[in-house]
Design a protein around this ligand. Structure first.
Ligand SMILES: NC(=O)c1ccc[n+]([C@@H]2O[C@H](COP(=O)([O-])OP(=O)(O)OC[C@H]3O[C@@H](n4cnc5c(N)ncnc54)[C@H](OP(=O)(O)O)[C@@H]3O)[C@@H](O)[C@H]2O)c1
Length: 316
């Protein structure tokens, strides 16, 4: 092995991955990204790094030889794989089976640390398959490999973020914005870049085996407050209406038989009916990683203004 540290990142082509790669590069950690589709996804990411720093391999659960070899040459294994839209089987395959396989490979190969990106609210007692499968993945990883560290973020914000861009887009054509649980369900959004910084800090932190870090941003919002904030930033007046859960579930059922993603999936409806998506205080947090979360509102001002009436030129 060379004197640089090597990290292999599963799901490194996603939202957090893009930010993480740039932080790992600054720390001189060489990266291998394992992707189901390295050919289509590698090229844009590769242009952002110096030659030799970033390599891609194919991630195929049925053919793990290449992955095993890459893990055997890695000091750190990071799993950022996740999905929001799936059925029970796919949620468990993605959030529980993959961490189980990777954590076993970490043990076999004596890697230094396995970082598993889970989600705030991961809970085996939930009725949501997303939350149960995330909790199951955590449990399997923690029991398979001692040096596992769990990262549980709340909603992630970034230029590419799904949530704020979705509601800003709805506001571009609809005078009414339906929001389920608008006055009761609370979220604690944070920047995806801060989540990436937290992962790097967790890698560097000594003696944090089996640690669980819950990550939330600097402010808690109800879902309705958050949509109103988005509207304020993009300077659009719209009627924000509480969407009855029965209607939210009906639209998710209709969309489940159509080739489009629903506004809110059935599983997300269940999540909205359960606990708020905020830091519980029962685990470690940003503070323990010496990170002060970025002001999300200020950042949203910077990337959402392209949704204003005259888009990016409205500033002129
Ligand atoms: N985004 C959020 O608001 C949020 C909130 C809480 C927790 N999280 C969790 O934080 C982690 C990182 O989030 P993210 O937003 O960066 O994730 P993401 O962009 O949605 O997905 C990351 C990557 O996972 C891979 N992936 C997705 N489904 C897969 C499957 N069935 N099998 C194998 N690979 C699969 C994809 O990589 P390839 O296509 O290249 O294989 C994708 O680029 C995830 O575990 C997510 O669940 C995210």
């Amino acid at each position: 092995m060379n004197s640089y540290k090597n990290a292999i990142i599963f799901g490194g082509t996603g939202l957090v991955g893009k930010y993480l790669l740039s932080h790992l590069r600054k720390k001189n950690i060489r990266c291998i990204v394992a992707s189901r589709n390295p050919f289509s996804k590698a090229y844009t990411l590769k242009t952002q790094t110096q030659p030799g720093f970033l390599e891609f391999i194919k991630f195929d659960l049925d053919h793990l030889d290449e992955v095993k070899k890459a893990i055997s040459n890695s000091h750190i294994v990071i799993n950022l794989i996740g999905t929001l839209h799936a059925n029970k089987k796919k949620f468990f395959r993605t959030h529980a089976d993959i961490p189980e396989i990777l954590s076993k490979l970490c043990k076999e190969n004596n890697v230094e640390k396995f970082i598993l990106c889970s989600a705030l609210g991961a809970d085996k007692n939930s009725k949501s398959f997303y939350k149960i499968s995330k909790a199951e993945g955590e449990e399997r990883a923690l029991s398979n490999f001692e040096n596992t560290v769990i990262i549980r973020p709340s909603v992630l914000e970034a230029t590419e973020s799904m949530l704020s861009n979705l509601y800003a887009t709805i506001a571009s054509f609809s005078p009414i914005i339906p929001v389920p649980k608008m006055n009761t369900y609370k979220i604690q959004p944070l920047m995806a870049d801060d989540c990436a910084k937290a992962i790097v800090s967790a890698i560097k932190t000594k003696d944090n085996s089996k640690a669980i870090y819950e990550l939330g941003g600097n402010k808690i919002y109800t879902f309705g407050e958050y949509v109103n904030l988005i509207l304020k930033i993009i300077r659009k007046k719209r009627i924000v209406m509480d969407m009855p859960m029965s209607l939210a579930k009906l639209q998710s059922s209709i969309f489940s038989i159509l080739p489009f993603k629903p506004l809110i999936s059935r599983d997300q409806c269940i999540i909205l009916e359960e606990k708020d998506n905020v830091v519980s205080g029962k685990h470690l947090s940003f503070q323990d990683l010496n990170i002060k979360p970025t002001d999300v509102e200020k950042e949203m001002e910077r990337f959402l203004w392209r949704h204003r009436a005259s888009g990016e030129f409205s500033k002129a």
